[in-house]
Ligand binder design. Structure first.
Ligand code: SF4
Length: 427
């Protein structure tokens, strides 16, 4: 039988979909592209923004429109809004987060008895839920999800309601999965989680413990870290990351606002001084470490003064990447009930203003590498141009006849085209 998948949202969701594909393949199903003709459609939905939820509904309807197979919704949107997702006419099954290891059984049960299942049990699961790792051949980078769930409850975020408590993959399992990925030929392993910096909270371990183990593996590889919340950094974690050759020198640390007043309303748990000192500490070890961030503009109650404070703060922090989101209310979160909504037009204008600064900062950050040597993992070729990513997460191009796919090479940077750095291989 043929099964087709569609994933919405974050990298963690993409990783989850690969695991779900493996579950079906292990039972003899054929994974086919998302289009007409499949017997089963699995939509791994997203709820992080209103747009994510809207797109999830749109894709569910698209699958129903193909008219050839049953439609199964799983992921964050169907977990937090089962009535809405299950209420779409034509949806056959909802599969909850904790039930995903049994997704094939649930589908086969439906195919046998045609009993629609449109309710999901409240998610109160403790302990690691084991999904097989999806190994996709021909890729250079693999994601390894080692943590699930978040207990921070930022006031705008629906994720803790969708993903539940912090649960961590046991350390021995992290080590063995990591080894398998290296044996499968991946050169970059991205450690991910919903709240990665909380890894081990439930096991009496920390992310530092994981890094300590993984960097000792022999061979040529590098470790990239998914997003880490500012409050999760300890002195030891900073030392284990900054300047460490095996660890990609790029960190994504969500700031969300450059106003202490708004940070408090967001329930982020830090102030700007703390964030500033954190970046200082990381850069005192590696001045060129890339720091990316997320910002939300137009959070309820954000005044022009708050926004000006954000502009001023981010301009001084020299971020290498900045993702700017316009606040959108998520039903069931405290922020959705807050007064003083910022009109869409103002949100748009703020997002535009900050976007300009983001582009200038990215360019200025990349320019610093001209004349320096960076480590690049090559992935794609167009003509004789090979492209890869530096450890700092900057695209780098070299013109070269040699086969470079999946090789980690030192490249001397000669210029910046704006979209990528250009360079020559160092012998
Ligand atoms: S840390 Fe905050 S923003 Fe991130 S998943 Fe948890 S609640 Fe959401």
């Amino acid at each position: 039988m043929k099964v087709a998948f569609h994933t919405l949202g974050c990298k963690v969701n993409q990783d989850d979909t690969e695991s779900l594909m493996t579950l079906f393949q292990n039972r003899g199903y054929e994974v086919v592209p998302f289009g007409p003709g499949a017997d089963i459609y699995v939509i791994n939905t997203c709820a992080v923004t209103q747009t994510g939820a809207g797109k999830s509904r749109q894709i569910i309807r698209k699958a129903i429109g193909f008219g050839s197979g049953i439609v199964v919704a799983t992921g964050c949107y169907s977990q937090v809004s089962p009535e809405e997702a299950g209420g779409i006419e034509g949806v056959d099954l909802l599969v909850g987060m904790a039930e995903r290891p049994q997704i094939v059984d649930l589908v086969e049960k439906y195919l046998a008895d045609h009993q629609k299942r449109l309710q999901i049990e409240i998610f109160e699961h403790d302990g690691w839920i084991d999904l097989p790792h999806g190994l996709v051949s021909g890729r250079t980078r693999a994601m390894l999800k080692i943590e699930e769930g978040c207990e921070q409850f930022c006031s705008y975020c629906i994720i803790p309601y969708a993903r539940g408590k912090v649960r961590s993959m046991p350390l021995e399992r992290v080590v063995s999965e990591f080894q398998k990925l290296l044996e499968a030929g991946y050169r970059e392993i991205v450690l991910t989680g919903i709240h990665l910096g909380c890894y081990g909270k439930d096991l009496g371990l920390t992310l530092e413990d994981v890094l300590k183990e993984l960097v000792t593996f022999p061979g040529e590889f590098r470790i990239r870290l998914g997003s880490i919340e500012p409050t999760d950094f300890t002195e030891e974690l900073i030392r284990r990351i900054a300047g460490q050759p095996r660890i990609c020198q790029y960190l994504h640390i969500p700031l969300q606002s450059g106003s202490d007043r708004i940070l408090e309303r967001m329930n982020r748990g830090y102030r700007l001084d703390y964030f500033r000192d954190l970046l200082k500490a990381l850069r005192s070890i590696n001045p060129l470490i890339g720091i990316g961030t997320d910002l939300i503009v137009g959070f309820p109650g954000e005044t022009e003064e708050d926004f000006e404070s954000t502009l001023e703060f981010v301009s001084k922090q020299r971020f290498s990447k900045m993702h700017v989101f316009r606040y959108s209310p998520r039903k069931g979160t405290p922020a959705a009930a807050m007064p003083d909504r910022v009109p869409g037009k103002i949100q748009e204008e703020r997002s535009h203003r900050i976007g300009k600064i983001a582009a200038e900062m990215s360019r200025a950050y990349a320019d610093q590498f001209i004349g320096r040597s960076v480590e690049v993992l090559f992935e794609e070729k167009e003509g004789l141009d090979w492209t890869g990513l530096s450890g700092e997460y900057i695209p780098v191009k070299v013109h070269c006849k040699q086969e470079l796919k999946n090789s980690i090479c030192q490249v001397k940077i000669t210029g910046n085209s704006g979209e990528s750095l250009r360079g020559v291989l160092e012998s």
